[in-house]
Design a protein. Sequence first.
Length: 199
Amino acid sequence: MKEKEILDQLTPINQNLFKQLIDLRNQLTTIFRKKFNRTLPFNELLSNRWEKAKGLSFGEGTSVYDDVLVFGDVAIGKNTWVGPTVILDGSGGLKIGSNCSISAGVQIYSHNTVLWAVSGGIEPYSFEGTTIGSNCFIGPQSVIENGVVIGDHCIVGAKSFVNRPVPDFSIVAGTPAKVIGKVFLTDEGKVELKYSKTS
């Protein structure tokens, strides 16, 4: 629908408000392009990712995009970045550590409705807490099933389906995700990634 078609359906007061919102969006878009070299949806231009995280009682320095869906009991440590279009399902309990990157489109669940659905609503929902340790990278569009525990210093490759525990210092990828390598920390604090020969 074109802007004029929308305006024609609004009252004069709302027409003025609509024009002001468009003007505000355009000004904010210009500011964000100049300052951060990015273009965002209008809701993201109005929101503060760090304030949203603070309002959810997440750790200091953690940021959560405005379009992230947060359900139930979700706890996140310090300095964790939660990207756009993420689903954080804490209906069965979800804990994420500090210094993590939860990439765009990631879905993390702590319940499922498989048995409920296939039983015609007779079986109950399944709830099981999910945990992601500290210092983890969860790749874009990955899905983590309820009950999974991911250790510290782990990497989950993009578009992976994680349905089993992931030990500390592991690199996993695939559907279902399998260990394809290890993360090593040197004495100097550097990171080395070593991949399995079969991966």
